[in-house]
Design a binder for this molecule. Structure first.
Ligand SMILES: Cc1ncc(COP(=O)(O)O)c(C=O)c1O
Length: 447
């Protein structure tokens, strides 16, 4: 009887949540110059709110049943050894590097070891290297792909090089043929930062499945969101226990929350200098953190992941519509390029202004029409205040990186954009170049 009542109440609440969604959150009519054209954003329906409400009523709070479901679904999606939820993409990067530095890992990284990474990047892709006293070795990127140049990676390798850490910039896969070959030939760990690239493929295989470890972000701007959130994709068995332990306080015990004695000898261990039989729940064999998200976040993730294929298709469609629409502006803009084997699940649409065009003016023109723009994250990371004094090495020049910092920006392709919005964006670009080129009639005619 009580069970029936519980079910009925849950059903009623779920119906109300749907009603509330339709009233408050359903997409609004687009009004040019008044409505924003966001560069990214949460894209959700009533299902995410209903799933969150289900988890709220369960009131498990800490990572629990929804967490397991989400981790299992991600593991299947990547055909990975494991998928470990964390509370952000930055935490995922931290966990990946902490795992590679863990003294219980054979061949672990040590302070002073070099890690090759691009200088155009996100700050928390590099921060864990600094935090672990590793030496980032910065190399230049390619204009157009905005990814690390593999030829420069090969040149940057020294006897101290132990790992390569690469973001797939704005969802555009790096040359994973070249990078995996280099990693194999030189015995380097490969870590893929896939925070912006969920669903992108290279040679028909998902990015995140090439490296030893890969990371995901579920921050609202990303392909799927849980609010704050992220994940570590584990492609080698030997990392699983270490990474899970470091995420969970560094504990030796691997019981799920609320469970005891999974190992069958909770009071039978003798580790470190602890007395024999010290409770395994309180034995710490690694220096760890608590990086777990909540079950509420995981509940949203489960509903978002079910829509991922549709989200990716929408991102690709929006990208193509922009690309086709902007084609007449090629004289003024360098368009994004992908490796021939890559099929990006685009995070954004990057553009570099050609000589004679000022990025600041173009960006202002777009923003005045409420078209959101963003820079490629930190630009040249070494020019950021926090990174100017870090121990590092630069291999070669960072000419293209500096060009990206000066001349590149990106606009949105996320599934919340409609054809009407994209056509408005295209028109706004064309107007800018028509105005700018009015003193050069032949250029104006092109747009
Ligand atoms: C490439 C890259 N790595 C890491 C992160 C950090 O993710 P989070 O914001 O979830 O900490 C981001 C964030 O956008 C990112 O773009």
């Amino acid at each position: 009887m009580t069970q029936d009542k519980i079910e009925r109440l849950r059903q009623e609440i779920s119906t109300k949540v749907r009603e509330y969604y339709e009233l408050v959150h359903a997409p609004k009519r687009f009004v040019p110059f008044e409505s924003k054209v966001p560069y990214a954003g949460r894209h959700f329906g009533p299902e995410e709110m209903q799933s969150l409400m289900g988890a709220t009523l369960d009131f498990w709070l800490t990572l629990g049943p929804y967490g397991h479901r989400f981790e299992r679904a991600l593991k299947v999606y990547f055909d990975a050894r494991d998928a470990i939820l964390v509370n952000s993409g930055s935490s995922a990067n931290l966990l990946a590097i902490a795992t590679l530095c863990c003294p219980t890992l054979e061949g672990h990284l040590r302070p002073g070891d070099e890690v090759i990474t691009p200088a155009v990047t996100f700050p928390t892709t590099v921060a864990p290297l600094v935090q672990h006293q590793l030496v980032p070795v910065f190399v230049d990127c390619e204009l157009g792909t905005y990814n690390i140049d593999p030829a420069l990676v090969a040149e940057a390798i020294s006897p101290r090089t132990r790992a390569i850490v690469v973001p797939h910039t704005l969802g555009n896969p790096c040359d994973l043929d070249a990078l995996t070959q280099l990693a194999q030939r030189h015995g380097l760990w490969l870590m893929e930062d896939c925070c912006d690239a969920l669903g992108s493929t290279f040679a028909g295989k998902r990015v995140g499945t090439f490296g030893d470890l890969a990371t995901l972000s579920f921050y609202p701007a990303h392909h799927i969101t849980t609010g704050e959130g992220g994940g570590l994709i584990v492609n080698r068995q030997r990392f699983i226990k270490i990474a899970r332990s470091i995420r969970d306080w560094g504990r030796d015990c691997w019981c799920e929350p609320g469970v005891s004695n999974t190992c069958g000898q909770r009071f039978g261990w003798q580790l470190g200098d602890l007395p024999l039989g010290y409770d395994h729940k309180y034995i710490y064999s690694r220096i760890g953190y608590n990086l777990k998200p909540t079950d509420l976040q995981a509940a949203i993730g489960c509903a978002q992941l079910a829509k991922l294929d549709a989200f990716i298709a929408a991102r690709r469609r929006n990208f193509q519509r922009l690309r086709n629409g902007l084609a007449p502006c090629e004289e003024f803009l360098i368009f994004p390029q992908a490796h021939p084997k890559a099929e990006p699940s685009w995070f954004g649409f990057p553009l570099t202004v050609r000589a004679g065009v000022r990025r600041a003016e173009l960006v202002r023109w777009l923003e005045e029409a409420k078209i959101e723009t963003r820079m490629i994250f930190a630009g040249n990371l070494l020019r950021q205040p926090a990174f100017q004094e870090i121990t590092h090495r630069v291999a070669g020049s960072l000419t293209q990186t500096d060009r990206v910092m000066q001349d590149t920006f990106f606009i949105g392709v996320y599934p919340g954009l409609t054809d009407e919005m994209i056509d408005f964006v295209v028109e706004r670009f064309k107007q800018f170049f028509k105005r700018a080129a009015s003193s050069r009639p032949q250029a104006a005619a092109a747009v």
